[in-house]
Write a protein of this length. Structure first.
Length: 109
C-alpha cells in the first residue's frame, strides 16, 4: 500500500499517462488526440501500462526480478478486471475502461 504522500488523484494519474504517451509515442499521441477526451485518457493509460511492461522486458534487471515485476503487473490487471465485474458500473468508473466495452478473457493464474 502506498504511503499517504504517495497517493495521487485520478487526474494526476491520467496526466502522467498522457505525458508518457506524448514523450514515448508521439505519432500515437497525435492520433489519439483526435478522440474524445475520455477515450484519449483511457488509451493513454493503456499505452503507459504497456510501455511499463515493455520496459521491464527490455530492461537490464535479472530475469527473476523481471518475472516478479511482470507477475505483479499481471496481478494488477486481474484486480482491475475483478473490481470492474464485482462492483459493476460503480467500480468501472474508477478504471480507464469506464464506459468502454472490452472483452474479458481470463488467463490461467
Amino acid at each position: 500500500m502506498p504511503a499517504t504522500s504517495d497517493v495521487i488523484t485520478a487526474e494526476q494519474a491520467y496526466a502522467e499517462c498522457e505525458r508518457i504517451t506524448w514523450e514515448q509515442a508521439r505519432n500515437f499521441a497525435y492520433g489519439i488526440r483526435l478522440l474524445p477526451p475520455a477515450k484519449r485518457r483511457a488509451l493513454a493509460a493503456v499505452y503507459a501500462f504497456a510501455r511499463r511492461i515493455d520496459d521491464i522486458g527490455d530492461g537490464d534487471l535479472p530475469a527473476a526480478v523481471k518475472s516478479e515485476q511482470l507477475e505483479e503487473a499481471r496481478r494488477q490487471v486481474h484486480a482491475l478486471v475483478a473490481a470492474k465485474w464485482a462492483e459493476g458500473a460503480a467500480g468501472a468508473e474508477r478504471t480507464p475502461a469506464a464506459g468502454f466495452p472490452f472483452p474479458s478473457r481470463r488467463s490461467p493464474s
